[in-house]
Design a protein around this ligand. Sequence first.
Ligand code: HEC
Length: 134
Amino acid sequence: MNVKLFAVGVVAAITLSGAAFAGDAAKGADVAKKSCGTCHTFEQGGAKKIGPNLFGITTRGPGKAEGFNYSPSYKAAAAKGFAWDAATLDQYITDPTAFLKDKTGDAAARSNMTFKLAKPEDRADVIAYLATLK
Ligand code: HEC
């Protein structure tokens, strides 16, 4: 193994994971309103829409919105256990169904969230905003 290359890889990985929460939360609030607001509310105690309320998402764990009926695949992924942090949120918002396939190990897993946020900088901004909701 090339030790130098390995070290560069580790540094790059740390920098990347550190950068994910480093988005612009103010811009993220706008993106969230436009891109996620059709299906989600963000304020404490906010109603469910097509998707669950997202207040406290980075601290409450997956599948915890009261009274929301998550998809079977989502429940299976949550039962296996994962935390919502910058990396998992980025992976999820990029492609929710691919995320659930990965977490459950089930190729037939399907998310009820049919939306994908394509631009990495929009995802970083939205995630920085979500992290302020606690
Ligand atoms: C078309 C509707 C729709 C849009 C747009 C949408 N979502 Fe969702 N979202 C859902 C649904 C439905 C679920 C529940 C998924 C399931 O049960 O499989 C969900 C679940 C989630 C969860 C997990 C919540 C929990 O309680 O564990 C997160 C996080 C999330 N969405 C973030 C976002 C973000 C951020 C955006 C905008 C970039 C967004 N969503 C846009 C419908 C949507």
